[in-house]
Design a protein around this ligand. Structure first.
Ligand code: NAG
Ligand code: NAG
Length: 271
């Protein structure tokens, strides 16, 4: 039962039947290889020949698996500690000499992130993951008091930009980055994240990319969003279902597809 639910939507759509693969199954190759080599993995072949349609199972509310309401505490302590500054704010002050870091994770084109039901925990090795196993229901686009990564990773898969800030990060810097994200695109999720570093307590994340910053540079942030937003492997404009602690829904910037990214920053030249 569960094995059928967790498979990537594309596979479910393409095969029109019961997939044969285990949720953690991967017999392909994990690293980029030369273009002349062909990968004989059936998952790769089926994904190459089809567009990424929105799946049938994904995003369906199934209370026995995930209804976006039950057992939420498995993903975080549901404690104020997760979004309150408990450290010395001075340690997080913006520093002009600390340059932003852009990390790129090489996710194979045929990688299929698994869905896990709420009866199983999901751990990540990275403190700011840019891909991975996640919950079947994703977050409604917008700004949150707190939303755990098990949810927003699913939004990344749909092309969202996730803005993370440490609860102790400088308020003006947080405000500036929020205003950039909100005026750049509809598909965004904004949440505090206590696993950011003292040196770079602000981050923008998309599927496979993360930009960690000490001090916001509008041009660097806008360039990152223009280049890496909407790069998730699954194209769907459907909004999420999870909305616990949602403060404000996203507003449309250009249209639901974010056809025109960062329109107010059209003066920023792309390198
Ligand atoms: C978790 O729940 C799903 C759906 O109800 C079920 O298929 C799966 O076997 C359960 N997993 C565990 C570890 O109990
Ligand atoms: C939530 O807070 C607990 C303890 O304060 C911490 O161990 C955990 O990593 C936090 N989780 C998130 C997602 O911030």
């Amino acid at each position: 039962m569960f094995k059928n639910i967790v498979l990537l939507c594309t596979i479910l759509v393409n095969t029109h039947g019961v997939p044969q693969y285990n949720n953690e199954y991967w017999a392909g190759r994990w690293f980029p290889h030369s273009a002349s080599e062909t990968d004989q993995n059936p998952l790769v072949l089926s994904k190459k020949s089809h567009s990424h349609d929105h799946g049938i199972i994904m995003g369906k509310e199934d209370s026995s698996c995930d209804d976006a309401k039950t057992n939420l505490a498995i993903d975080w302590f549901m404690n104020k500690a997760n979004f309150t500054c408990l450290d010395d704010k001075k340690l997080f002050l913006p520093q002009s000499i600390v340059h932003p870091i852009h990390t790129v994770e090489h996710i194979p084109a045929a990688y299929s992130a698994a869905h896990k039901c709420m009866n199983e925990s999901i751990e990540y090795t990275e403190s700011i993951p840019t891909f991975g196993t996640h919950r079947p229901l994703w977050a409604v686009y917008g700004e949150y008091t707190f939303v755990p990564k098990q949810r927003w990773i699913h939004n990344l898969e749909h092309g969202a930009v996730v803005m993370l800030y440490h609860p102790c990060a400088n308020k003006n810097q947080v405000k500036l980055l929020k205003s950039i994200v909100k005026s750049c695109l509809y598909k965004h999720v904004i949440t505090p994240h206590s696993e950011l570093s003292y040196d770079r307590p602000l981050a923008l994340v998309t599927w496979g990319h993360r930009l960690e910053m000490s001090k916001v540079s509008t041009s660097v942030a806008v360039e990152f969003i223009k280049k890496y937003a909407l790069n998730g492997p699954e194209k769907t404009t459907k909004d999420g279902q999870y909305s616990w602690m949602l403060e404000e829904r996203s507003k449309i910037v250009s249209d639901l597809d974010d056809t025109n990214l960062c329109p107010v920053y059209s003066n920023i030249n792309m390198k």
